[in-house]
Design a protein around this ligand. Sequence first.
Ligand code: CO8
Length: 263
Amino acid sequence: TLSQQYDNIIVETPVDGVGQVTLNRPKALNALSTPLFKELNDALQKLDEDPSIRAILIAGSERAFAAGADIKEMKDLTFSQAYSKNFIQLWSTTITNLNTPTIAAVSGYALGGGCELAMMADILYCTANATFGQPEVKLGVIPGAGGSQRLTRAIGKSKSMEIILTGKTFSGEEAEKWGLAARAFPNFEELMKGATDTASVIAGYPMLAMKAAKEVVNQSQELSLSEGIKYERRVFHALFGSKDQKVGMEAFANKVKDVKWTH
Ligand code: CO8
């Protein structure tokens, strides 16, 4: 299976249509090393290209989603190396360009790059006592994989500024209250069940509609309102070219309950 190719992640299909990637570097609290990220990107790309996979779950362990970029790996990096390799840019390219909807399931630590990775997913679920934070200032740097931009868009400037400038952590309960997380669950088991259930619901709907919906919602983060609305309308028009638009609307008109999607 796909999983056997990897040392730092586990890949499985918990339910039909759902691909799950679990970060599995427990001794380093899933610190995001280059080998881990290469494997993660490879697995995500393969799942995205697999027609039987219609939703992707990204999880860690109960103790840690990911405690950040691997500090030991990057501590000796020079400016010249970081700049010329465009350090980190490659890491986030794959995940933010997937067509398949993604859910991050966060338990325990989601710090620095771990928090940033979780925020790259389409939906963020967590446990109430998960620990989020952008503690980079404590290391003499700043967030480097979108933290300053995605956190600010999600929770507003003042809160984001406070979190990034103080490096203080916040809980999963707060993440939910502030709108960073879609839902906070009471414990790890409920989190994984909730995330798998939602992934399964997504996987049960017509794939093209799901990919299109994901695409237009993500465009809302990039475009002005009028451009975004026009973009949405064009993609909406395009779905009239899909089989499942006919299947879904015929089923409604004929009062058919059990719709058989073609995907
Ligand atoms: N990098 C490397 N190793 C780590 C990291 C990390 N980020 N976090 C934990 N580890 C290792 C520890 O060194 C330790 O290893 P060892 O047993 O060999 O000493 C092991 O994991 C267990 O950790 P602790 O003993 O520290 O466990 P505690 O329960 O005492 O503490 C903490 C847990 C609070 C999470 C603590 O480990 C910690 O503060 N970790 C660092 C958190 C941090 O600063 N993260 C931000 C890193 S900077 C960053 O992410 C920049 C963003 C770049 C973008 C990334 C691309 C997506």
